[in-house]
Design a protein around this ligand. Structure first.
Ligand code: ZN
Length: 213
């Protein structure tokens, strides 16, 4: 813990003064352009990967970068999505999975989660991706896990479109959805291309979209 506190002291001495003007502007307002939904995994840092500053990204992180489909008892993720889209009026939503995801590995390898009932229940929101992935052939377990990471992003892109605020924003042509998979070892990103239904290198295809108006 001491290293975290020392990190804060370093922030206060160096990083904060360098951005004093930015933080003054942000003191009473925010207007992030994007909602970024990623896994809680410590190795995927949205602001680092996208080189964004404070105020740029509205972020939701949870195990498995999951967005529960909308229902009669919406939870914290649903509330955050609604606030980002309806109140902050973000123009883009990124759902970002990643390589070596523990949640997706558990799903793809049918790991018993009886000792983690909350995780097991939460991962049910990835069921449509799991069922599709199970029906396919995979050369080995790592390939199956990698495919599950991608199928989960596709499943969550579908889930988020059940949210009224997102449906309305798509109808009004003011939001675009992006489905990404970040590779921890290489730092690369694969993005879902709605024209082909495949993931392609974002670096070579910077204009690909998952769902656009
Ligand atoms: Zn993960």
């Amino acid at each position: 813990m001491q290293d975290i506190i020392e990190g804060f002291l370093k922030f206060q001495r160096h990083a904060f003064p360098e951005r004093a003007g930015l933080f003054k502007d942000l003191a009473n307002q925010q207007s992030p352009r994007a909602l970024f939904i990623s896994c809680s995994d410590s190795r995927l840092v949205p602001e680092l990967v996208t080189q964004r500053e404070p105020g740029d990204l509205f972020v939701i992180r949870n195990a498995g970068n999951i967005v529960p489909s909308y229902g009669p008892e919406p939870g914290g993720v649903s509330a955050s999505v609604e606030y980002a889209v309806a109140a902050l009026q973000v123009s883009d939503i990124v759902i970002c999975g990643h390589s070596d995801c523990g949640a997706m590995t558990a799903i793809a390898t049918c790991t018993c989660l009886d000792h983690m009932p909350a995780v097991a229940g939460w991962l049910r929101y990835a069921d449509s991706g799991r069922v599709v992935n199970e029906a396919r052939q995979h050369v080995d377990v790592p390939a199956k896990v990698a495919a599950m990471v991608r199928e989960n992003v596709i499943a969550q892109l579908a889930n988020i479109q059940t949210h009224p605020s997102v449906r309305l924003a798509l109808e009004e042509r003011r939001v675009t959805l992006h489905g990404w998979v970040y590779d921890i070892e290489s730092g690369g990103i694969q993005a879902f291309d709605n024209r082909t239904g495949k993931f392609v290198a974002l670096a070579d295809n910077p204009s690909v979209r998952a769902v656009s108006h």
